[in-house]
Design a protein around this ligand. Structure first.
Ligand SMILES: [Zn+2]
Ligand SMILES: [Zn+2]
Length: 281
């Protein structure tokens, strides 16, 4: 992860950021030595991923003892075993060591971290965050569609991610190194293209990881993002679980507009009776 800095002249003309964001940014900058460490990007990436997965792994463990939780599972019959969770975790750790860490160190070397004094304005942070998620969604949609439409690309690079036909949080990053590198490239490129403040970049990175894990959580919870965003604009875990089950439809990771435009949005309801409850909105 590399953080660009806005010009001092532009910052000096900007209105003062809200106290809350400045306090948060000051707290981040107080750990400057950590932020400047070549280890930080890979640790931040892996730590954010584990933190996002933890509540869903806890739900998986609890749901085995509390049947009431099963009603929130998209495929109630499918539950990852402890061995499967451990294997996915080990693979993620290995991928971060052999792939994410070397790439982020190279990035850190070529584009050293710089940290401006001022926090971003809150509306600007929210605007950039929304724009960043939309841009990432578009980039991954195109990549994903291409890797399903070209059989060689699917078999060589994307098939690994489709090993699990029922999703669970730790299956999020169960992918080929090729796919992980492209996802990392998109996630790193988006804040640079949008000239995001470093705090916005952190927020985008965490939100992106959370949403990708929620996509693969296998749960349809009352507070899931697709239930909070109106008008069916957001697909989320229901749409992505169906993608894993059917190997088609719903190529965009988050929003539904690209699949609507390309005619690849799943029809209402699952195509055939799923061993789960009726899931589609
Ligand atoms: Zn796919
Ligand atoms: Zn997936």
């Amino acid at each position: 992860m590399n953080w660009t800095v806005q010009s001092q002249s532009a910052l000096s003309d900007a209105p003062a950021p809200p106290l809350l964001l400045q306090a948060a940014w000051d707290a981040v900058r107080a750990r400057e030595a950590w932020l400047r460490s070549p280890f930080f990007p890979a640790l931040f990436s892996f730590g954010s991923y584990l933190a996002a997965c933890a509540p869903f792994v806890a739900l998986d463990v609890l749901s085995a003892r509390l049947p009431a939780l099963q009603r929130y599972k998209i495929q109630p019959q499918a539950s990852p075993s402890a061995g499967l969770l451990a294997a996915c975790l080990a693979r993620s750790l290995f991928d971060h060591l052999v792939c994410v860490f070397p790439v982020t160190v190279a990035h850190w070397y070529w584009r050293p971290v710089r940290l401006p004094e001022r926090a971003p304005e809150a509306p600007r942070l929210l605007l950039d965050l929304g724009a960043g998620l939309l841009l990432f969604d578009a980039l991954y949609f195109l990549w994903h569609l291409l890797h399903h439409r070209v059989p060689w690309l699917y078999k060589t690079f994307h098939k690994v991610h489709h090993k699990h036909v029922s999703t669970f949080a730790l299956s999020t990053q169960y992918s080929s190194l090729w796919e992980l590198l492209w996802l990392g490239l998109f996630a790193g490129l988006v804040p640079v293209l949008l000239r995001c403040h470093p705090l916005t970049e952190m927020a985008f990175f965490v939100a992106n990881i959370w949403l990708s894990v929620e996509d693969h959580s296998g749960y349809d919870l009352p507070w899931s993002t697709h239930r909070l965003v109106p008008f069916g604009l957001y697909g989320g875990s229901l749409h992505h679980d169906l993608h894993h089950l059917k190997f088609k439809f719903n190529y965009a990771p988050y929003f539904t507009h690209w699949d609507r435009l390309f005619g690849t949005l799943s029809p209402a309801g699952r195509e055939e009776p799923a061993p789960a409850k009726a899931t589609k909105d």
